[in-house]
Design a protein around this ligand. Structure first.
Ligand code: RB5
Length: 149
């Protein structure tokens, strides 16, 4: 498991309840949760929330991140625009484990309109319990990062 336990959470309006459930779930596991909102249910724009979370990870302020929107897709696209961010959308726990082990993903994205609460928590646990394996995967991750220049 990752040793530095500081994680940023962010979402748009479509995922506030699930984000707060995840925050409580991982805080109970000992993670220091930096929940950057939003808290009000008014419609908002997922790109700014994805970028804000991604900047926390890219700057080193947080080790990992979890972001959510309706599908998990739009906010993932925004986060991946930030240099150094590797974010994947997961709707199953196998993929959540593998994006840590093979892709060294530093942000997990979840669609709150796609998965239910129970599955979402399993996905989160799989992501947070796995570690990057390095080795041949290190070369491939470096190739991903090099695309951004
Ligand atoms: C908001 O209606 C919705 O478009 C957003 O949450 C997300 O699904 C976008 O990818």
């Amino acid at each position: 498991m990752t040793t530095q336990k500081r994680i940023v959470l962010s979402s748009d309006h479509a995922a506030i309840d699930l984000r707060q459930t995840i925050a409580a779930h991982i805080a109970a596991q000992g993670w220091e949760v930096v929940d950057i909102g939003p808290t009000s249910p008014e419609s908002t724009h997922y790109p700014k929330h994805g970028e804000a979370a991604a900047q926390r990870v890219a700057s080193g302020d947080c080790t990992l991140g979890i972001i959510l929107c309706g599908t998990g897709q739009g906010i993932m696209m925004a986060a991946n625009k930030v240099k150094g961010i590797r974010c994947g959308v997961c709707s199953d726990s196998f993929s959540a484990k593998m994006i840590r082990q093979h892709n060294n993903a530093n942000i997990l994205s979840i669609g709150a309109r796609v998965v239910g609460e129970g599955l979402a928590l399993e996905i989160v646990d799989a992501f947070l319990s796995a570690d990057f394996e390095g080795g041949r995967h290190q070369t491939r991750v470096e190739m991903i990062d090099a695309i951004q220049g």
